[in-house]
Design a binder for this molecule. Structure first.
Ligand SMILES: [Zn+2]
Length: 225
């Protein structure tokens, strides 16, 4: 029996005139993998602005934390992410190009792209003028757009890990961490509208699954609380 195509949910065509996306297999959508998470509480509670905390302070500290965690998560697969395995920075049939300081589009491999991302974000979050930590120092006017820019870059890195390095992540048993980090990040992005929904749409299938609470564990045995 031929497999029917009734399961495919999306048939969006890219508006950029490129060839229509191939229905590629996305192992990260397998329920065996998506059910693995390291926390099972509502991550939204972690991201809402606590009372009496300044919004910019909150955005700054969360953005810095996500930068460190995503950098760490990428470092676990970085030895598999080379110019040969990943000649372009791709995720779900989308290719990301790096734009240099003059706004010039640069062709680069995925590891180069991630390197550009990590070094430029590192520079920003440790710059007192952009991410002030000293008492009484004001956040810059464009702080909001800086945070948005950083989130966009970090999203590209996460999407690339799922797209190109999920197998290695599973082999190291780190997919629960990746799923939790991704969900926490997306919930944060949505809470403060830090990315255009169109830009994160390439991962919507995963987001939908991961943002849905897991069904209660089967009641085979009684667990003492
Ligand atoms: Zn790669």
């Amino acid at each position: 029996m031929h497999s029917s195509r009734s399961l495919h949910r999306k048939s969006k065509t890219k508006p950029n005139g490129k060839k229509p996306p191939v229905e590629e297999k996305k192992p990260y959508l397998e329920p065996d993998y998506t059910k693995v998470r390291v926390v099972d509480f509502d991550l939204k509670e972690l991201v809402v602005l606590p009372p009496e905390i300044d919004l910019n302070e909150w955005l700054a500290s969360n953005t810095t934390t996500f930068f460190n965690l995503i950098n760490l998560q990428y470092s676990t697969v970085s030895e598999f992410c080379t110019g040969d395995t990943c000649p372009v920075m791709s995720a779900c049939n989308t290719t990301y190009y790096w734009y240099d300081e003059k706004g010039k589009k640069t062709k680069c491999t995925a590891p180069q792209y991630v390197d550009f991302v990590m070094s430029s974000v590192q520079k920003l979050v440790t710059d007192e003028d952009n991410f002030p930590t000293k008492y009484g120092k004001e956040f810059p006017n464009a702080f909001d757009s800086l945070v948005k820019k950083i989130c966009r870059y970090l999203f590209h890195v996460l999407a690339h890990i799922y797209w190109a390095h999920f197998k290695e992540t599973v082999a190291m048993d780190l997919h629960g961490h990746l799923n939790t980090l991704y969900t926490h990040f997306i919930v944060f992005i949505r809470e403060f509208n830090l990315m255009d929904p169109k830009e994160i749409a390439i991962m919507d299938d995963l987001t939908e699954v991961l943002c849905t609470p897991l069904p209660p564990a089967p009641q085979n045995h009684v667990t003492e609380r």
